[in-house]
Design a binder for this molecule. Structure first.
Ligand SMILES: [Zn+2]
Length: 121
């Protein structure tokens, strides 16, 4: 699924905030050109004390990575970071642990997306 505009993105945030049990968090979400997020598919910043996260979902459709991208899985991935931020390994001191931490979040995001799609059928 690709979110075509901010309204669709915000509807996704509202849906996944409830499903991921993040109702006590606030989110500011934007469709952001991938060049503005260092070429990443998506990005977030998380403030645990404020229980707030900025979510950037890559929007540049010409980008090959984005062509294969599922905005919903990216959104879920970035929102899951709120739950896992306290356990984030330092990516320079522990690159393997950091990569495995990212992969676990990524696998969970795809699993949640697929489970939600199945429950709609
Ligand atoms: Zn991540």
């Amino acid at each position: 699924m690709l979110y075509k505009n901010k309204r669709e993105l915000n509807a996704g945030v509202k849906k996944w905030k409830k499903l991921l049990r993040l109702q006590d968090w606030t989110f500011t979400a934007a469709l952001t050109p991938n060049r503005d997020i260092n070429g990443h598919i998506a990005m977030c910043s998380v403030s645990i004390p404020r229980k707030h996260s900025f979510l950037h979902i890559g929007s540049t459709e010409k980008d090959q990575a984005v062509a294969k991208q599922c905005h919903e899985a990216s959104l879920i991935h970035e929102m899951l970071h709120c739950h896992f931020e306290s356990f984030r390994p330092d990516d320079e001191e522990a690159p393997l642990e950091y990569e495995m931490w990212e992969q676990a979040i990524d696998q969970l995001s795809v699993a949640f997306r697929d489970l939600a799609a199945q429950s709609r059928k």
